[in-house]
Design a protein around this ligand. Sequence first.
Ligand SMILES: *Cc1c(COP(=O)(O)O)cnc(C)c1O
Length: 364
Amino acid sequence: MLTSTSIKRIHNFNAGPAALPLPVLEKAQSELLNFRNSGMSVMELSHRSALFESVLADAKNGLRTLLNVPDNYSILFLQGGASLQFSMVPLNLLIDGQSADYINTGVWSKKAISEVKKLGNYRVVASGEESKFTAIPDVTQIAIDSNASYVHVTSNNTIYGTQMKEFPNTGGVPLVADMSSDILSRRIEVDRFGLIYAGAQKNIGPSGVTLVIIRNDLLDRCPERVPTMLQYRTHANDNSMFNTPPTFAIYLVSLVTEWMLSNGGIDWVQSQTESRAARLYSAIDNSDIFYCPNEPASRSPMNVVFRSKVHDEALESRFVKEAEEKGMTGLKGHRSAGGLRASIYNAQTDEAVSALVDFISTFK
Ligand SMILES: *Cc1c(COP(=O)(O)O)cnc(C)c1O
């Protein structure tokens, strides 16, 4: 059998789907053909079996422990990606005759806004557009509509490489956050949010499952006219098993949470994240060739965006190509932002970051 010692793993800086922890992949491999003596793989189990129920419970409990999720919140595993949440949030939470407040910090915020636009009234109460999304607007000063149904933010901007460090104070208005690209990378106070959502494929597992954490009182808000599959309460009432859930993806989420907990939990992840990001930004700031376009106070510790100082696209392409030759992949910036981007999510390795730091410092 092939083992990790005989396989050369690449330094993977992909933005999503992204690197998974090697111990998680190895455990999944070791259990693939005969999951806990069932004689079959997790993928072949009935989702109604006690064995799969224990997998789902492990994933939920792991997330609840890591994020310190209070008892009055439900943890749901849905499908349709974070992109479906752009519509499910307004379908479930936007009250007839009211409006929702959105903060626009980049491409994914705009996509969320384009969905609420189809469904009801909204306001954009702060935007990073003026800074070309190189900075997060000061959200401590914004005037929230106290009658808004909710306030929507994107906590980390995967494409521009910025992160909201402080969340707005919304009083009694539920705060909804798209945390697709920084969930589990830092300590958050879940009770400040009405709803948190995240596609799993950046920080918590493979693609195919979307995490939703929702305060239970908000489950009742959804009008009955909304299709059953699109109501949060359907999935809360059926423990995410109203229909067949993405069983293998949920299993991998359970392994990722187990891996984090066994290493020291969120504090461990956060300290790794901060030190990797600091090393990478420092290499970029000290480079004669590259710079980071984003304001230091808004920089993301997950998606490190950099460019050639003279915006020389040929030079950036050569950097990507030579990095590939050195065993580093995924460094091309998003097609809508250009430049370069290194995604260093929770499962990134110190070795990969060291290799990139070296390469940035020696590239000619
Ligand atoms: C990747 C990403 C999405 C889209 O996720 P899908 O699961 O592909 O729908 C949404 N928001 C943010 C912040 C993302 O990084």
